[in-house]
Design a protein. Structure first.
Length: 200
């Protein structure tokens, strides 16, 4: 496709920030789709390769501690791989269209609305705290907040270079094999980074 369409840029978008984890954190959230996408695009010969994540804090629902996310962004910044952040103002046309799209998707899938998109949409409307919009989140507390409406963007190749288990998923076939390889890597870790609370 890159050759046929003369593609000069690929941007991966993650709902949440677990794509920014390197592998030695206390929990990786739901890394399978993220890391396979990063690995696939890292192998491409394309001039511009970016990863952007929207929904800071959402992955706490899946066990991610977000202090290492900030630590990883700082490390990427030192390497020249952090490209900055931008937010979606709630009153903007883009935010209104986004909320409309999320509402349409939720209406079309009432039994399984997106937890990620629902929280981001709520954040862009000024909601805060444990905002409920689906029974799927009954098992935990949500913390909808303005940080969920910020895009963090990084250089994909520099992100891939920092992933400690990217080489483990080479030559895998299917989701189950990727999960098995990630778990094998995690089982071999001598110690994971200790989860920390935000100091302020």
């Amino acid at each position: 496709m890159v050759e046929q369409l003369n593609i000069d840029a690929v941007v991966l978008v993650d709902g949440g920030t677990d794509v920014l984890l390197r592998g030695d954190e206390s929990d990786l959230g739901t890394p399978v789709e993220d890391i396979t996408s990063v690995a696939a695009v890292a192998a491409l010969d394309v001039p511009v390769k970016l990863v952007t994540s929207l929904g800071f804090g959402i992955d706490a629902y899946d066990g991610v501690n977000h202090v290492p996310v900030l630590e990883n962004l700082a490390a990427l910044d030192r390497d020249g791989g952090y490209l900055g952040a931008l937010s979606i103002p709630g009153s903007s046309r883009e935010a209104a269209l986004y909320r409309d799209a999320v509402a349409d998707a939720q209406a079309a899938t009432p039994d399984r609305p997106s937890i990620v998109q629902g929280q981001i949409a709520a954040a862009t409307s000024g909601a805060f705290g444990d905002i409920r919009f689906t029974r799927r989140t009954d098992r935990g507390n949500l913390f909808v907040n303005p940080l969920m409406a910020i895009y963090f963007t990084v250089d994909l190749d520099k992100l891939a270079a920092r992933c400690l288990y990217l080489d483990r998923i080479e030559n895998t076939i299917g989701r189950r094999q990727v999960i098995t390889r990630i778990q094998a890597f995690r089982d071999e870790l001598l110690s994971a980074r200790i989860p920390r609370a935000f100091p302020h």
